[in-house]
Design a protein around this ligand. Structure first.
Ligand code: MF3
Ligand code: CO
Ligand code: CO
Length: 275
């Protein structure tokens, strides 16, 4: 299946889905504090999506080939959990870092975005990892332009992560998105400039680097979903859904509460970066 080029009508609906996904993160932010369980965050988000937004939580019962259905509506990945953490009994405590990954479906279209949250006061090391990972995501987004290459994105991310002594997880990547949750292309978070597919106007995909403080190797837990670092080092991830425009890039997962683009991306002088 080739990369889908979205029509203007598709793009308008993807803007709506993207904004709604980002607004779930705005909604949940004040609830991310010591004493709250990840299961409670899931319950609150589920209720907000279904009852307030009229969206469908895409993770719930999502079952790609070889996976058991995902049993919750959001992913919560704490500390050394890399991604796909299943919300449950775990109670957040001061100093934890947690990724909350939201994917909504609105009118058949998907919006996919995640942010890191500090629970209380993070350690200096944890804060640094989250900040550098945020810069990595924006360094990747800053490479998105028609005529550019998918490899440009991965390269920019890898260079920035490794400059800070961190490592890039290789087994998971960004992905095309639209009427399907995961479609072509794969967006690797490492690689070489000028390689892989050329970017064309109308492509929509995610940029979602997973960066480890220690070694890049990962392991899957017995629940069939949760991914952790093999060496138990901290891991962070940020995710936006982006559109290749006629001239550059438009971020679709925008909301009033989203953090400002990283300075490294703004320094490129790309005013269209945040729609
Ligand atoms: N939202 C994740 C991504 O960014 C995918 C989660 S799949 C789930 O691609 F089933 F765990 F929700
Ligand atoms: Co996601
Ligand atoms: Co994604």
């Amino acid at each position: 299946m080739a990369i889908v080029i979205k029509t203007p009508e598709d793009i308008e609906r993807m803007r709506v889905a993207g904004r709604l996904a980002a607004e779930v993160l705005d909604f949940i932010e004040p609830h991310v504090r010591p004493g709250t369980s990840t299961g409670e965050l899931d319950r609150l988000c589920h209720q907000y999506m279904v009852e307030v937004q009229g969206t469908v939580p895409a993770p719930l019962n999502y079952a790609p080939p070889g996976y058991t259905p995902f049993p919750r509506s959001i992913c919560t990945s704490v500390n050394h959990q890399v991604c796909h953490g299943i919300p449950g009994e775990r109670v957040l405590k001061n100093g934890d870092i947690v990724n909350i990954d939201i994917t909504v479906i609105k009118d058949g279209y998907h919006g996919d975005t995640s942010r890191m949250f500090y629970v209380g006061e993070p350690s200096v090391a944890a804060r640094r990892l989250c900040e550098v990972t945020y810069e990595c995501m924006w360094a990747g987004i800053a490479q998105v332009r028609p005529g550019g290459f998918l490899g440009d994105i991965g390269h920019a991310i890898q260079i920035h992560a490794e400059k800070h002594g961190f490592s890039v997880v290789r087994e998971f990547c960004g992905h095309g998105i639209g009427r399907r949750f995961h479609e072509e292309p794969q967006v690797l978070h490492y690689g070489k400039p000028g390689t892989l597919d050329r970017l064309l106007p109308g492509m929509i995909f995610t940029v979602e680097p997973m960066i480890n403080a220690g070694r890049r190797e990962i392991r899957e837990l017995a629940d069939g979903w949760t991914i952790v670092t093999k060496d138990h080092s901290l891991s962070a991830q940020w995710e936006h859904t982006v559109l290749v425009t006629e001239t550059s890039v438009e971020v679709l997962t925008v909301s009033p509460g989203m953090p400002a683009p990283a300075r490294t991306a703004r320094a490129e002088g790309r005013s269209t970066i945040a729609a």
